[in-house]
Design a protein around this ligand. Structure first.
Ligand code: 13P
Ligand code: SF4
Length: 336
């Protein structure tokens, strides 16, 4: 590709979020991505919410904790992060010398956006005797204001690693925070944020679905609202939900989280039926619009041309790294 055309395409990344370059429709993207992995010593990390093609080409598929752990230990020169911005940013925080690329720079997160650092700083100042535990779904700016990070799979352990009388602010997800308050008996102060995908499930429609499928078990992510969690048979991170569906004896499941996870559930248990929990409207709102901005084409392009790339201010990176390191250390001690 001519240098000027590539330069123009790279300039467009800022506006569009991805390299908008026409590809030969006949091109075998799977083979091209495998070739690039070897040529560039690249590793492709994908979250369970990515589209099936991306999951199939990934070297590692996981939940937020698993992805952070993989990012920490990888020997690759290039980390291709098929997920949303805060996840790729976490990989960069842990690996400043590696090139971290993301298929679409605009793959954000409504939950992360619900907690802007300047507002959170003021909130924190109103609770001077509290420590801050932040869910990994937040910006580097919020991480830098936190004492420790958690994910949905280690939140309970992280909270319980502090004495019972320790005052805690939990940000940014009020649903996960309320759930952890319930299971740990704590009274953490919650930032009022939420995920647009997990708040969309309709209790009424799930209840009706349960009547039609009396044997089906409800699997729910803790980002769901309390009424949905109350009737769930199992609550856990995406990895937790997947593992449960593999080891449990039921044959039918209603799945209250983003639909991407169904790909691995169906692959692991082809004899079982997985029904996406219905949203409270008629659209496919339990597809995360941010996660689904990434496509196989964009994945190929970001690997081939090394753009969009995650770059970070060093002072911010170091401040955000501390609470992530603390999370990884506590998780290791807990055997997670
Ligand atoms: P986990 O990856 O921890 O299951 O969280 C899901 C999620 O919402 C990621 O954005
Ligand atoms: Fe953010 Fe929700 Fe999408 Fe996860 S599913 S990336 S929390 S908006």
């Amino acid at each position: 590709m001519k240098n000027e055309i590539l330069e123009a395409a790279k300039q467009n990344v800022e506006r569009k979020g991805f390299l908008d370059i026409d590809l030969d429709p006949e091109m075998d993207l799977f083979a091209a991505i495998e070739r690039l992995k070897k040529e560039k010593n690249a590793v492709v990390l994908a979250h369970y919410y990515q589209e099936p093609d991306i999951q199939d080409v990934a070297d590692y598929i996981g939940d937020s904790l698993g992805l952070a752990q993989q990012a920490e230990k990888t020997q690759a020169d290039m980390i291709v992060f098929a997920g949303v911005h805060f996840m790729a940013e976490t990989a960069k925080i842990l690996n400043p010398s590696k090139k971290v690329v993301i298929p679409d720079f605009k793959a954000g997160c409504s939950l992360s956006d619900s907690c802007p650092p300047p507002l959170f700083k003021k909130f924190k100042e109103q609770h001077p005797d509290h420590i801050v535990i932040s869910y990994i779904n937040c910006s580097a700016g919020i991480k830098a204001l936190s004492d420790v990070i958690c994910t949905s799979s280690n939140a309970k352990f992280i909270v319980e690693s502090f004495p019972k009388d320790q005052k805690i602010i939990f940000a940014p997800d009020r649903n996960l925070g309320a759930y952890i308050n319930k299971v740990t008996g704590r009274d953490m102060v919650l930032w009022n944020g939420a995920c647009m995908v997990h708040e969309i499930f309709s209790l009424e429609k799930i209840t009706k679905l349960k009547v039609r499928h009396p044997q089906a078990k409800l699997l729910a992510h803790p980002e769901c609202e309390e009424p949905v969690l109350r009737i769930a048979d199992y609550i856990g991170s995406t990895t937790g939900l997947l593992k449960y569906s593999q080891t449990d004896s039921a044959k039918e499941y209603i799945v209250a989280t983003e639909t991407g996870i169904l790909h691995q559930m169906m692959k692991a248990s082809p004899d079982k039926t997985f029904i996406p929990a219905p949203p409270n409207n008629n659209c496919a709102c339990n597809d995360c619009p941010h996660m689904k901005l990434n496509t196989l084409e964009k994945l190929y392009l970001c690997m081939e041309y090394g753009s969009p790339e995650i770059l970070m201010d060093e002072e911010l990176r170091l401040a955000a790294k501390k609470p992530i390191d603390r999370m990884l250390e506590i998780s290791k001690q807990a055997g997670l």
